[in-house]
Design a protein around this ligand. Sequence first.
Ligand code: R5P
Length: 284
Amino acid sequence: MYVVGGSASQLLSKELANCLKAKLAKVEIKRFPDDECYVRIDEDLDGEEVFVVQTTWPDRNIVELFLLQDAVYEFDVSSLTTVVPYFGYARQDKQFLPGEPISARALARLIQLNTDEFVTVDVHAPSVVDWFDDVSARNVHAYPCVGRYLKGKGIDLVLSPDEGRADNAKRVADVVGCESDFLVKTRLDGETVEMAPKSLAVEGRKVAIVDDIIATGSTIAKAAEQLRRQGADKIYAVCTHGVFAKNGLEKLRPACDQICSTDTIENPTTCISVASEIARIARE
Ligand code: R5P
């Protein structure tokens, strides 16, 4: 069994290989002077069960994924599972206006052309896996890994920044062994959100705000502001996918005591691996 790691998912590929007791394939990945991508797998994958791991964000990583899949299928592999830890474009999972594409579907259709199975993690709209109509597709949850990490931090309360993700906060809190609650968020535009006032039992307590994605950081910044006003002692901002667009990380640093994300997107806040959950699902 081999894990082939794309350049966007090096840490996770290594961890996944450990968890699966698989070999980490030697792969050469480079860019031509015109920025086109070149990949070469320096292993014999004939007869092997292979996992290709590559986040599809930003865009240049999508092409790299297609090349890795194609290179794997040049061998006579026994199976190929494509793992996309962070599925870019998942937020455009429907037509909001006439004339738009369904971007998540466009990606799904292309990815499934060259794989036997597909796995992603905390995909923004779970319905996205339904666009994989030719291959088995699964969405893995990060909450067990996030919960185990927060348990070691002595968190008193796990908070979702909106009601829509309250179930996820509850699942994390159950692993931690503490309470959960949610805030009431309204999104005004891509970079602006409002939090309705809500009285929370946070005074002198350690609170973790848990979300699927931190994009611009506006959601967490507003949530943290409200928690500080109400006297929270420590604020942890935790997400599965740390995108941190538009200097999102710099915006959040003063607002939170710690910012933490998983290895679905490798960035300076990555401190939790989702490899064990992917491996668990892969063995089922
Ligand atoms: C929204 O539905 C998501 O769960 C996140 O709350 C959102 O993507 C975060 O975006 P931002 O960091 O730009 O506020």
